[in-house]
Design a protein around this ligand. Structure first.
Ligand code: BMA
Length: 846
């Protein structure tokens, strides 16, 4: 096959205007205009409002290219777009090749009739989306069908965007700007061939003890005339061949098998290694010439969703290589609203941070776009299982329109085929929250069950069965498989979106009574890192109620919810920077409450994926990592509460008790002890002791209950702190703290003597910071201006006489002195004292 790559330099212009800008393909109009300085950065201040015209205009991408005569000699010559966003008209040398209406499909056009040898002109016109949405709405109204959008924020396009196959959050979301993009967002090329070509390769695996049988089904695009072709497959690991075989081709498809003895199995993060075998498939002609080939990296593993009836209802857990595991992770949204800018580096930054926080699963939420191949490659490499949704979220879609459904069907087949070989792929799911809010009979503003079920129960499941038979399918998130389908969050079966805290205003404590089987969404907002806020709000605009701060908060109840919960838990912060930090602590605490509870309920609960991992612009949101990649406190908390070995405590202020729990997700028994020290808030030890701790592999144990009712009576709940430290047989240490009063009511020393000593670590690019205190200190954190997320841990509790050392990754080449100048250490008490730039009491020890 010959290919002519058409990515690279194009020209962009607005219809009716003379001016032209250079455009890079793949890309989007917003990206180009921004690069050319033709629009202000929509992520700063209120600029987003000034660039709305971009999404309302018609844009033309054009380029010239030369086609050599050899291309035209081939039997088939096709122009292939891997992705067009969204309403495009494609013209070659003035001939209209076709119109497109789905951003998630590839588009192929036969160009033999109009391709010339020599110079050719390609022109793609992108129409704005809103008039098309309006046209469709009218068309549907004429047949008596209405559509609606359920929005959650003020700044969003209210038109029923679900009529188009385009990234839903493009029209605004409760964490995202309104930037209706257009562009050639994925590679484009001409493909020309005469010899037989592979249409698709489907790989399946059967595992038995120490053996993996791989079946490779290869299908050709066209029926071949003579059976003189050979299909050959080879599997190798780290360049060493582990199996190879070949068969002769007859007809249109052929299957061959490869047997791997003692396969190196692929495991999710934290459970083992992620070996990736290279599988290459070739077809050769009678002369031994390779006429087409296919190569992918696969992992040898089984990965299934297991649902078995039990006394409560039905289990919902994932099993890898026959082993059940607790899914720990977060929800993924597009990493940039101008999504064409996201490259491997940004993927790598976010996915490595997920793995570093002990996550093993991400849910690719249905309101964005299917991610690029690099994303799934990195998930394979890092052991991050993927819960993949079809791109539907919180919109009414015209399921009654056969053309719409057919358009989606083609998209689904292509996307399922594209990512099915990935080791990390754990599940395909139909949509986000349709069964929550979108479907309901006897209401003309809901989708009808009779139209919903054929698509989400039957069509999608069938596509998976045919094109990825070893990947499970789940109709919606959340979904309840039994009984009344409206009971979408039934705790006894299926997955659940647990929004009692935040959206329903319940207290954090309510998480502790939630008994759901698998929590695929729950969350709490915080502002981004102060340095990120500084990118969009000037110093005099950082009060929460300023127009700019409100603009960068898209949840209608966002700021008031943060403040209301803040008053429940923390001392009133003084100054806008401290409000930000307090929101971080609050968010971390909320999600810690939730996840620790569900991990303590293992195996009844087997999954917690918080809403949300990342941001698509600088904004207040539920994310644990902000748009610029800065970790909020939650991400450090996540690293602790997702640790395979978890020590957690449940206090009961009325009874004066503290339950101590050890959750052990490792393969070995944990044997050790939990040392406990009861101090007053001045740090004076009142009582101490140790309890034996034992937790079998893959289990969670309540290892003891400590009683402090006498001390509670004599000292009062505001003056007691229970410090817990688990030490296992291998010397691993995990810490936890229990209190009987909320942080705001604790009688903590205002001058705790927090000291940060910078120590050389001996490793390049790394130093250590030793944190110590004179008085008990809660949520001590270190921040180095200019560094992104350099710490091994942060936001920790410190007891006098028990210092903690953090490792610090230094990206800049700063010497020790400058580093110390840029380092600040603070803790909870600083929030209400208004200390925002308190320099750390630093010592340098070489
Ligand atoms: C959910 C999601 C998103 C939303 C989030 C926060 O249920 O599916 O639609 O952004 O809540 O409101």
């Amino acid at each position: 096959m010959q290919t002519l790559n058409l990515t690279g330099e194009w020209k962009l212009s607005q219809q009716g205007a003379k001016k032209q800008w250079p455009a890079r393909v793949p890309g989007t109009v917003h990206e180009e205009l921004l690069r050319a300085g033709a629009i202000p950065d929509p992520y700063l201040g209120l600029n987003e409002l000034d660039v709305q015209w971009v999404g309302e205009a018609t844009w033309i991408y054009a380029r010239e290219f030369n086609a050599g005569p050899e291309l035209l000699k081939e039997e088939h010559v096709e122009l292939l777009f891997e992705g067009l966003d969204t309403l495009a008209e494609v013209r070659l040398n003035g001939h209209l090749l076709g119109r497109t209406d789905n951003m998630f499909r590839e588009w192929r056009f036969d160009v033999r009739p109009c391709l010339k040898s020599g110079k050719n002109t390609l022109e793609i016109t992108f129409r704005p989306t809103l008039p098309e949405i309006e046209r469709k709405v009218k068309e549907y109204a004429a047949i008596g069908r209405k559509l609606f959008t359920w929005g959650s924020c003020e700044h969003e396009i209210k038109a029923p965007r679900g009529v188009l196959r385009k990234m839903a959050c493009n029209f605004g979301w409760d964490w995202g700007p309104v930037l209706t993009t257009a562009g050639i967002w994925l590679p484009v090329r001409i493909e020309a061939w005469s010899a037989p070509r592979l249409q698709e390769v489907l790989v399946t695996q059967e595992h038995s003890e120490n053996l993996c049988e791989i079946k490779v089904l290869a299908r050709l695009r066209d029926e071949i005339k003579a059976s003189n072709l050979l299909l050959r497959a080879e599997l190798s690991l780290d360049g060493i061949a582990s199996a190879q075989t070949e068969v002769s081709f007859s007809g249109k498809e052929e299957t061959l098998s490869l047997t791997v003895k003692n396969p190196s199995l692929w495991w999710p993060n934290g459970m083992g290694a992620q070996p990736l075998y290279t599988l290459s498939v070739e077809i050769r002609d009678a002369d031994g010439q390779v006429v087409d080939s296919w190569e992918k990296r696969i992992g040898l593993r089984t990965l299934r969703l297991v649902r078995r009836p039990d006394k409560r209802g039905e289990t919902f857990h994932f099993e890898v290589n026959g082993k059940p595991f607790f899914a720990k992770g977060a929800n993924w949204i597009p990493a940039d609203a101008i999504y064409s800018r996201v490259g491997r580096l940004q993927y790598e930054m976010l996915l490595k941070a997920s793995a570093a926080a002990n996550m093993n699963m991400l849910r690719i939420w249905g309101g964005g776009h299917y991610e690029r191949d690099e994303f799934y490659d990195l998930c394979d490499e890092l052991g991050l299982c993927v819960w993949q949704e079809f791109m539907f979220a919180c919109v009414h879609i015209p399921l009654f329109d056969k053309q719409f459904v057919e358009n989606f069907r083609q998209e689904a087949v292509e996307q399922v085929q594209r990512i099915r070989h990935h080791a990390s792929l754990a599940l395909w799911c139909g949509n986000n929250e349709f069964e929550w809010n979108g479907v309901g009979d006897n209401n003309e503003l809901r989708m009808r069950w009779s139209e919903y079920k054929p698509v989400f129960d039957v069509l999608c499941a069938g596509i998976l069965q045919t094109h990825a038979p070893q990947c499970d399918y789940w109709p919606s998130s959340p979904h309840t498989p039994y009984g009344d389908r409206h009971d979408f969050n039934n705790p006894d079966c299926g997955d659940a979106h647990v929004w009692d805290v935040w959206h329903l205003g319940q207290p954090f404590e309510s998480y502790r009574t939630a008994t759901h089987r698998f929590c695929s969404e729950f969350g709490f907002q915080a502002f981004p890192h102060p340095r990120t806020v500084a990118t969009y709000a000037n110093e005099n605009e950082r009060n929460l109620t300023s127009r700019v701060m409100e603009h960068h908060q898209r949840s209608a109840s966002g700021n008031s919810s943060i403040m209301r919960y803040m008053l429940d838990w923390f001392p009133m912060p003084v100054g806008s920077e401290n409000v930000i930090w307090a929101s971080h602590l609050l968010q971390g605490l909320a999600i810690q409450y939730a996840v620790e509870n569900w991990r303590r309920r293992m195996p009844e609960c087997m999954g917690a994926l918080y809403w949300q991992l990342n941001d698509c612009w600088p904004v207040a949101s539920w994310a644990s990592i902000d748009y610029f990649g800065r970790w909020k406190a939650l991400h450090y908390f996540a690293r602790r509460f997702y640790d395979p070995l978890l020590l957690s405590a449940v206090e009961n202020a009325d009874a004066g008790t503290v339950e101590v729990h050890v959750t052990n997700e490792r393969d070995i028994l944990v044997r050790g002890e939990v040392e406990w020290v009861l101090t007053d808030t001045d740090g004076k030890t009142l009582r101490k002791g140790a309890i034996p701790a034992k937790a079998a592999a893959q289990s969670t144990q309540r290892t003891g209950v400590l009683t402090f009712n006498k001390e509670l009576e004599s000292h009062g709940s505001s003056r007691l702190l229970v410090w817990l430290k688990l030490k296992d047989q291998k010397g691993n240490v995990r810490r936890a703290l229990a209190t009987f009063a909320k942080p705001k009511h604790l009688d903590l020393a205002q001058e705790p003597g927090l000291k940060a000593q910078v120590l050389k670590s001996g490793k390049q690019g790394e130093v250590r910071v030793k944190l110590s205190v004179k008085k008990p200190t809660l949520y001590a954190w270190v921040d180095i201006a200019g560094e992104r997320n350099p710490f091994s841990d942060n936001f920790i509790h410190l007891r006098p006489g028990d210092p903690v050392e953090l490792k610090v990754q230094i990206s800049s080449r700063a010497d020790f002195d400058t580093l110390i100048k840029r380092l600040a250490a603070r803790s909870l008490v600083d929030l209400s004292l208004g200390n925002s730039t308190r320099p750390a009491n630093c010592n340098l020890l070489a």
